[in-house]
Design a protein around this ligand. Structure first.
Ligand code: ADP
Ligand code: ASP
Ligand code: MG
Length: 412
């Protein structure tokens, strides 16, 4: 029988009633003749609560134990979803990551999926089970410990299962009815897209649009998974939601496809670092070993052999970054005067494959921000995106100003 993957995010399984509603949707697909793999997230707010407990217990936590704790939310919803389906007389069974077993690397808290054996679940389908409910976000390392795939990781679990089982489609059910030109919670003018190119979705996701985890888009692109984002609260139809697809399948598109933001960024500046060959490696090596995800980097002009080095990272990694730099200073690997952390910044980005062939996007972006009196602290660009770091208090304003400037409320 053809296989369908249906993923339900936190808000879609937030209460027993919502789990029932989701289960009914699954029932509809089963009735159509699909064998369904359901991937569930934890109930909304649960993972945040678990992460909070870990941080409170141990600020520079052992990531193996972090994973042991934060993976547990999905275990609950997987069992409940399976029970709900059984109550509806749909033959269902739940699986935790290790039972599949969904094999990952041992990079705890941000593990990558290495392999999903299908025999275990397929054997059950062959026996008449119609729905496999799998706990999203979690797997097992080569050492036999529980791992998690990074925040939002259930999306990646879903796409990886769709690829492994050759599913006809991977439907991501969430609390918005598709992918928008920007977060509809920030701009009332945001417009739902019927289709978005993989590459654009990949950039939007990696720049903060949390509707899909970046890695899930990467996997869908690589394994040609038909990926759709739709609402678990609205009526279902074959046309519903947004299809993430190849660029060639989209007839018309705007130069800028969307605006993304990432609220919780920090700007770190190492003042007066001794400038010498290898200094960047001496700074960013220890940061990477400490698990700091450095994003933007700017090195200033050097004067009398000393320079300032600025980088950005998620605000919750500032403590790790400070410790890594202090340790590198103590061991003599680097020599700097001071490390200044600006923890009140946000990143705003515009993304569009049309930027490859259109000039003037950067100028228009900077103009729109300056018209609102927003100062730009750091800029980075790539072929299809431009990102700026600004004061966090202007983030919403910047997103709206850019959405207006590029007229994203209008379809191409
Ligand atoms: P889930 O719990 O279902 O995984 P998430 O909260 O992870 O849901 O992702 C959905 C949220 O992503 C939406 O509620 C919305 O606020 C946010 N979002 C950010 N950017 C976009 C965008 N461009 N289009 C749609 N939603 C977006
Ligand atoms: N529950 C996890 C999180 O909140 C994974 C997910 O929902 O995708 O990050
Ligand atoms: Mg999510």
């Amino acid at each position: 029988m053809p296989v369908l993957v249906m993923k339900f995010g936190g808000t879609s399984v937030a209460t027993l009633d919502r789990i029932k509603r989701a289960a009914k949707r699954v029932g509809v697909e089963v009735a159509k003749g699909y064998d369904v793999i359901v991937i569930v997230s934890a109930m909304s707010g649960k993972t945040n609560e678990l992460v909070g407990w870990v941080n409170e217990t141990s600020p520079l936590f052992d990531a193996r134990e972090y994973d042991a704790v934060v993976s547990s939310g999905e275990n609950v919803t997987a069992g409940l979803m399976s029970l709900t389906l059984q109550e509806m007389d749909v033959p269902a069974r739940s699986w935790q990551g290790w039972q599949v077993p969904l094999k990952t690397t041992s990079a705890h808290a941000s593990a990558r999926i290495e392999e999903i054996p299908t025999d275990n679940i397929n054997a059950k389908f062959a026996e008449g089970m119609r729905v496999a409910v799998v706990a999203g976000f979690q797997g097992i390392s080569p050492e036999g410990r529980i791992t998690t795939l990074g925040r939002g990781g259930s999306d990646t679990t879903a796409v990886a299962f769709a690829a492994a089982f050759g599913a006809e489609r991977c439907d991501i059910y969430t609390d918005v009815d598709g992918v928008y030109t920007t977060d509809p919670r920030i701009s009332s003018k945001a417009r739902k897209l019927d289709k978005i190119a993989f590459e654009e979705m990949l950039e939007l996701a990696s720049l903060g649009a949390k509707v899909l985890q970046t890695r899930s888009v990467e996997l869908a692109m690589r394994y040609k998974v038909k990926l759709r984002v739709l609402s678990s609260f609205e009526e279902q139809s074959d046309e519903a939601g947004t299809l993430v697809c190849d660029e060639e399948e989209i007839m018309e598109s705007n130069v800028v496809a969307g605006v993304a933001y990432s609220r919780d960024e920090a700007k770190m500046t190492l003042l007066s670092v001794a400038d010498r060959p290898g200094i960047a490696a001496a700074i960013f090596g220890p940061l990477s070993e400490a698990g700091v995800n450095v994003d933007m980097i700017v090195q200033n002009i050097s004067e009398e052999g000393r320079t300032d080095m600025t980088f950005s990272c998620p605000v919750d990694q500032v403590k790790r970054a400070e410790k890594a730099m202090e340790d590198a200073q103590t061991s003599g690997e680097i020599n700097y005067q001071q490390l200044v952390a600006d923890t009140d910044v946000a990143k705003v980005s515009v993304v569009g494959i049309g930027m490859r062939s259109h000039a003037g996007v950067a100028a228009k972006m900077f103009d729109a921000l300056s018209s609102e009196g927003i100062n730009i602290k750091v800029i980075t660009t790539s072929e299809i995106k431009i990102s700026v770091l600004i004061d966090r208090k202007y983030m919403e304003l910047a997103v709206q100003a850019l959405h207006d400037a590029f007229e994203l409320e209008k379809a191409a």
